[in-house]
Design a protein around this ligand. Structure first.
Ligand SMILES: Cc1cc2nc3c(=O)[nH]c(=O)nc-3n(C[C@H](O)[C@H](O)[C@H](O)COP(=O)(O)O)c2cc1C
Length: 213
């Protein structure tokens, strides 16, 4: 049995959206083909208790300087550690978001700031290079974007502009996770007349990915 950790970021996650529909197709297919797996969903747009705030930065600086923490910092650190441990223990990661200004929503960045931790998810080599602690894990990025970046709908490849997809992949690589893929619903805003057709094609890809993930 595998544990799947879903990190879902959408400021309007209570409403129907392309992101939500794409994810629903993926996870429904996943659950049918992996009935015994445990799926944990974090809606980080709704609940983000550990942003990179004053306390978090103080913890970071004090850790570097090997100084002791005050009571607020101890509480923050202890509660945040549960999220880090959960990430370390998961077998598979699903990142779900709409593209905003070529990137991921800010709350998803906040989630990455939580789990990007020495010594839990990565460490530095003697040469000062970051190296991953996570092994035998896989990840998928599910994203809705209004324009075409990944060569869909006959458009040329512009994937270098999808900074969010690259960023998640780079962060995962630093943590040791190199089995990484993306499923995109893209081009609906660019070609609204064909939005339904585009979405249906993306849903098929999401279902296929869900079966095999
Ligand atoms: C603030 C904002 C910024 C956006 N930036 C981009 C962008 O850089 N590239 C793009 O292709 N679409 C962009 N979009 C469009 C959304 O990614 C697109 O409409 C997507 O389908 C939204 O998903 P949803 O239906 O789940 O809300 C942006 C939308 C918003 C609200």
């Amino acid at each position: 049995m595998s544990t799947v950790l879903v990190i879902y970021a959408h400021p309007q996650s209570d409403k129907e959206s392309s992101t939500k529909a794409l994810y629903n197709h993926f996870i429904k297919a996943y659950k049918i083909s992996h009935p015994d797996d445990k799926v944990i969903e974090h809606n980080v747009s709704e609940y983000m208790p550990f942003p990179l705030n004053k306390i978090a930065i103080s913890i970071y600086n004090k850790s570097m300087a090997r100084q002791s923490f005050n009571a607020d910092e101890e509480r923050f650190k202890e509660a945040r550690q549960k999220w880090i441990d959960e990430f370390v223990q998961a077998d598979k990661y699903v990142f779900v978001n709409p593209m905003y200004n070529l990137f991921i929503p800010a709350k998803m960045k906040s989630y990455i700031d939580i789990v990007m931790q020495v010594p839990d998810t990565f460490h530095y080599t003697d040469a000062g290079i970051p190296e991953g602690n996570l092994h035998n894990k896989k990840a998928i990025h599910i994203q809705a974007n209004g324009g075409n970046y990944h060569g869909s709908n006959g458009a040329p490849d512009a994937s270098s502009l999808d900074l969010g997809h690259q960023y998640i992949g780079t962060i995962l690589h630093i943590m040791g996770v190199d089995d990484y893929q993306g499923v995109f619903a893209e081009g609906m805003d660019h070609d609204p007349q064909n939005a339904e057709k585009i979405l249906n094609q993306a849903f098929e890809k999401a279902e296929e990915a869900g079966k095999k993930f």
